[in-house]
Design a binder for this molecule. Structure first.
Ligand code: MRU
Length: 345
């Protein structure tokens, strides 16, 4: 464990001849650092959720391609890049980042990965600014899964919005869904909110609807893994039922995500591949068996919230509103923040 690496909390980084990362499986009890030194270790870190969150696996995959190029060439390199690209299927950021690195002129892969990483920080800051305006001056919000810096290797998306609002002096109290089965909310979101000094209360996922009513939730804000051009949004399993409960209570339900999470090739969420994960994630709790060892399990890692349940989608360009079939395709035409920043230098 490298004790010097935690200021600020950066989820992944280039480490000379390896890609460094915080092993998110050990949090919040231990801050463990990992080093992926081979393509298999890159793929393994993504598949096991040691590195997770849609933008973060994009940044990590981008560095992974740069690493792969140092270790391989020709068809071996093409295979390695394809394996990284396919390490998880739902978050489009991973394929987007791998493709962007592979398109780098002169095979400047590491430089391209660094640009994606720098850009993620700028994008997250812009999302935080745009989104903070949506939250009340005083009130409670609810979130699902983990969307902080750990999930982006930047400042975070939905959680970045909450933290930005807190820094602006808004008195926000956050209700955090624990996010079964892998507890990203309980383990990671509460940890990041505590680091940022934002008051938070952990709830079981099954308490979300009751909390909305009893605690007068003013807004729900979550991240995304893939957004179709009609606004349909894939995010961590459980998001859909939170959106339905929010609609029932008349609570605005917001999504915060970078443009790189939008799949401009998809007209609706029907085409989003949903990752199916292992049965033991559901048959156990924290490693302890909680169900018959042979019971059948359905364990989709993500669900799709229909666009009509979403009050606004916060990107680095502002808040996109319905009709999304018009507002989302427009975003494809905007210059990347990196281009904008370079133009203004
Ligand atoms: O399986 P995970 O932990 O990678 O799922 C993460 C989520 O669903 C996040 O909400 C999403 O990736 C957005 S992260 C800014």
């Amino acid at each position: 464990m490298n004790e010097t690496k935690n200021e600020p909390l950066e989820a992944v980084w280039w480490d000379g001849d390896a890609v460094g990362f915080i092993d998110q499986r050990a949090l919040p009890h231990e801050l463990v650092y990992g080093r992926a030194t081979s393509v298999s270790e890159i793929v393994q870190a993504i598949a096991t959720l040691a590195v997770r969150g849609a933008p973060c696996i994009g940044v990590f995959g981008a560095y992974g391609v740069a690493l792969a190029r140092r270790l391989t060439s020709g068809t071996e390199f093409a295979d390695a890049s394809a394996r990284i690209r396919a390490a998880r299927p739902t978050a489009v950021n991973l394929a987007w980042a791998v493709d962007r690195v592979l398109a780098a002129p002169g095979e400047a892969y590491l430089e391209a990965a660094r640009v994606i990483h720098d850009e993620q920080h700028a994008v997250d800051r812009a999302i935080g600014e745009h989104g903070a305006a949506l939250l009340p001056a005083v009130g409670s919000v609810l979130t699902h899964c983990n969307t902080g810096g750990l999930a982006t290797s930047g400042e975070g998306t939905a959680l970045g919005v909450i933290i930005a609002a807190h820094r602006l002096g808004k008195q926000i109290h956050v209700y955090v869904d624990e996010t079964r089965p892998l507890l990203q909310g309980a383990r990671l979101t509460t940890y990041e909110l505590a680091l940022a000094g934002v008051p938070a209360t952990l709830i079981a996922d099954v308490a979300a609807a009751a909390t909305m009513r009893e605690k007068k939730i003013a807004a729900v804000i979550v991240g995304a893994d893939r957004i179709a051009t009609n606004g349909d949004t894939a995010n961590k399993i459980g998001t859909y039922q939170v959106a339905i409960a929010a609609a029932h209570h008349g609570i605005p339900f917001y999504v915060a995500a970078p443009r790189s999470t939008i799949d401009f090739t998809l007209a609706s969420g029907d085409g989003i591949a949903i990752e199916q994960r292992g049965a033991d994630e559901v048959r156990t709790f924290g490693g302890t068996p909680t169900a018959p060892a042979d019971v059948a399990v359905y364990n989709p890692a993500f669900d799709v919230t229909p666009g009509h349940l979403i009050a606004g989608i916060v990107t680095e360009y502002g808040v996109a509103r319905a009709p999304y079939a018009q507002s989302i395709p427009d975003l494809a035409l905007r210059p990347s923040l990196h281009e904008v920043l370079r133009l203004h230098r």
